[in-house]
Design a protein around this ligand. Structure first.
Ligand SMILES: [Zn+2]
Length: 243
């Protein structure tokens, strides 16, 4: 984590009222996060909240003893990672990593808690986001259990595109396999299927979404369901790519 040079745009921060934003003024620090940077490990005290800027994506990842991993939630410019749910410094349950490098706002968890004591609308804003994050985790449980890898991958690519706002995603197939918790060879086959249908195109280390409408038709219902829930709780914050 190093100081950021440019302006950081995080939609959860942008949606704050002027009064609530003032409560955080001087406490938010712009930082730049590196790819695969580990934000916290399980058991670490979570002393910061990070609000990813446009194009930055962080993930909550659960790791097993044999090294297998799976993503529990993806967080971009619509949200925050770290001490956003618990009130105060609490140990992390998952690993927090940076999936796509970029800028973010960093805020001490203690500062957020202090600001929340002055504003019930700030508490409500944070609680609404925490509910959206929990919904994402709950949906992941059902999705991973019930849905096939192809619609899951389509959903995951759409969610990634929403957060970076571009059709070119710099992601290796190894990384996608780690996030979805499946074998790399499986991902290669499924990526090939989506490419054959014309939804995506791949080059080394990059997936390009060429037909988003088609990819949406390939995705499981979890994608639209989560987006709808987010829109109800925090209107305008999710900021997806299409209308
Ligand atoms: Zn699903």
């Amino acid at each position: 984590m190093r100081p950021a040079a440019g302006i950081v745009t995080n939609r959860l921060i942008v949606a704050l009222s002027v009064r609530n934003r003032r409560l955080l003024d001087g406490r938010l620090h712009a930082v730049t996060l590196k790819k695969v940077e580990v934000l916290f490990e399980p058991g670490d005290d979570v002393v910061n909240v990070l609000f990813p800027g446009a194009g930055t994506i962080a993930s909550l990842v659960v790791s097993m003893r044999d090294g297998a991993t799976a993503e529990a939630a993806m967080i971009g410019q619509e949200g925050a990672i770290g001490g956003i749910i618990s009130a105060g410094d609490k140990p992390a349950f998952t690993r927090g990593i940076i999936q796509i490098a970029g800028p973010a706002w960093s805020l001490a968890t203690d500062d957020l808690e202090e600001a929340k004591t002055h504003s019930h609308t700030l508490r409500d804003h944070v609680a609404r986001y925490a509910d959206c994050l929990l919904a994402q985790v709950l949906q992941s449980v059902a999705c991973n259990t019930i849905h096939d890898i192809e619609p899951r991958l389509a959903r995951w690519l759409l969610a990634t595109q929403d957060r970076i706002g571009a059709s070119e995603l710099h992601l290796t197939q190894e990384f996608i396999a780690e996030m979805l918790g499946v074998q790399r060879t499986y991902v290669t086959r499924i990526v090939g299927n989506l490419a054959k249908r014309g939804a995506i195109r791949t080059t080394r280390g990059t997936v390009v979404i060429v037909d988003r409408a088609l990819l949406q038709r390939q995705a499981c219902e979890c994608y639209a369901y989560l987006r709808r829930h987010f829109e109800r709780l925090l209107p305008g914050v999710y900021g997806h790519v299409d209308g």
